[in-house]
Design a protein around this ligand. Structure first.
Ligand code: ZN
Length: 77
């Protein structure tokens, strides 16, 4: 059984990081230079390659060189 107070703080934390992530995604998509909050390396946007079989397993998204930031984006609406 989960403590409701614990659950509440968990929800707030998740919501906060969700908004931070949303802002980060927005900036990267806008072509701005955004750095990984963990390792300070430039975040790279990987776009899905239309009409080409993906040779790598890299999913479309935003990631840093070290991999501590690895946001998978769903481009299918
Ligand atoms: Zn990183």
């Amino acid at each position: 059984m989960i403590d409701p107070k614990q659950f509440d703080s968990l929800q707030k934390m998740t919501s906060k990081s969700f908004h931070q992530q949303k802002k980060l995604i927005k900036n990267v998509m806008a072509g701005k230079k955004v750095f990984c909050p963990v390792c300070d390396q430039l975040l790279v946007l990987t776009l899905p390659k239309a009409g080409e079989q993906s040779k790598s397993n890299k999913a479309p998204g935003i990631s840093c060189a070290k991999g501590c930031t690895d946001i998978i984006l769903d481009f299918e609406d």
